[in-house]
Design a protein around this ligand. Structure first.
Ligand SMILES: Cc1ncc(COP(=O)(O)O)c(C=O)c1O
Length: 418
């Protein structure tokens, strides 16, 4: 959109968002951009309509390769010039090749791949197949877990906030306490279970790594009772937390790994369920049992090999960034205990807790004023997520830590009412 004659672009955009989308969305966008809207992006930086640039450590974990990674945009451009859309009646070499690359990337033990566009697409197909392949209905998920907002995925997402106004989602789900090692064994003894689904590192819950020992016991108990085990790594996988797959790196013999967000290189939408023959069996028998018009879209799939190659090239740099970030956050916690009550995470996925909603609000204002973008946790108003790209330079990381330091310094100074 260009600015209307005689008018300014942001006002026109906010009016459209208010009119055709949501007044609240207009308000949060206005706050985040301090009245400006996004107009371009490259690497860790987003350019705003007023000419400012903001350092992007947010984007809800999509931009693991930063914005417009050159190898990914080149691959997508090549595909755009040749065949962006599939007939879906002819076999497509780009989506078939992407499936082979992804299965191989995750080690080869899970040979089957189903592509979607959003993370929830991967969650939906995994749970649907688990129910069909097992002939059972009940699914075990974890308290604090987030798996998306479509009706099926929503029943697995734990926080009731996301289900407000909706009575009875379609899947029968029990949410387990993350530290209850015996929970899966007990639930399986109570009645048949189709699947267990967990995020090895819970993202939306504020970057909470689950105990590898508990996950190992859960996986063993679920599979011993004939239930499938699904690792939702849509946020924590593909080296966001250091490993290609956190669950596989922990030695968990899971039946499926779900990936999304950065799978399209931060350029195009793409998600995937990568799974065992056994879980995929209903779809192998009838490939139209679950399909979607844009599943395996060549334009999206063209990004995958380039994205995974770039992620691997940057893995070592990512480890150094992760170490520096963890050290930096430890120092900030020591310096500002009255505002920053804690922090946790792994790799390039960190959650920072604030002592109170007011302190959180003040820090978030401070970050916005200094042009550092972070991602909020929708169900935890006193926590924000830091999600730096693997492409972040050491200088950019130091700058982000300095901005955080100043924002923490400026917060918590106003006495709370009462
Ligand atoms: C772990 C996890 N699973 C599933 C989803 C849903 O993904 P999407 O919003 O792309 O549908 C998300 C999104 O944040 C997520 O973090």
């Amino acid at each position: 959109m260009t600015a209307p004659p005689g008018g300014d672009l942001p006002s026109a955009v906010f009016a459209q968002v208010r009119r055709h989308q949501s007044p609240k969305l207009a308000l949060t966008g206005k706050f985040a951009g301090r009245g400006a809207v996004e107009s371009a992006a490259s690497g860790s930086w987003v350019t705003l309509s007023d000419g400012r640039t903001a350092l992007d450590f947010g984007s809800y974990a999509v931009t693991l390769l930063g914005h417009r990674h050159p190898a990914v945009t080149a691959a997508v451009r090549r595909q755009l010039a040749v065949q962006p859309a599939s007939t879906r009646s002819l076999a497509n070499p780009v989506s078939a090749g992407a499936a082979a690359v992804l299965a191989e990337y995750l080690g080869g033990a899970l040979p089957k791949v189903h592509f979607g566009l959003n993370g929830a697409d991967a969650v939906e197909v995994a749970v649907k197949l688990a129910r069909l392949a097992s002939g059972r209905d009940r699914v075990l998920a974890v308290r604090g877990g987030f798996h998306g907002k479509t009706i099926g995925a929503l029943s697995l997402t734990h926080h009731p906030l996301f289900r407000a106004g909706l009575r009875g989602c379609t899947t029968d789900v029990v949410h387990l306490d993350a530290d209850d090692a015996g929970a899966v064994g007990r639930e399986c003894a109570r009645g048949p279970v189709a699947a267990l689904i967990f995020e090895p590192v819970q993202g939306e819950n504020g970057a909470v790594p689950l105990s590898p020992e508990v996950l190992a016991r859960w996986t063993h108990d679920a599979q011993a009772h004939g239930a499938f085990v699904i690792a939702d790594e849509i946020q924590c996988g593909l080296r966001r937390c250091g490993e290609r797959s956190v669950a596989l790196a922990e030695g968990l013999p899971v039946d499926a790994v779900l990936v999304g967000k950065p799978l399209g290189g931060g350029v195009v939408p793409l998600s995937a369920m990568v799974c065992s023959q056994e879980l995929y069996a209903p779809l192998a028998a009838d490939p139209f049992l679950h399909s979607a018009t844009f599943g395996g879209h060549p334009l999206s799939c063209a990004a995958l090999p380039a994205a995974l190659t770039a992620v691997e090239e940057l893995a070592g740099h990512g480890r150094l960034l992760a170490e520096r970030l963890a050290t930096g956050l430890r120092v900030l916690h020591q310096r500002h205990p009255h505002v920053m009550s804690g922090f946790r995470g792994r790799g390039l996925l960190w959650g920072i807790d604030f002592t109170a909603p007011q302190a959180a609000g003040e820090v978030v204002v401070g970050l916005a004023n200094a042009d550092l973008l972070v991602s909020p946790c929708l169900s935890r108003p006193t926590t924000v997520r830091l999600l730096p790209p693997l492409t972040t330079t050491p200088d950019e990381l130091e700058r982000a830590l300095d901005i955080l330091d100043a924002a923490l310094d400026g917060a918590g100074r106003t006495p709370t009412a009462g």
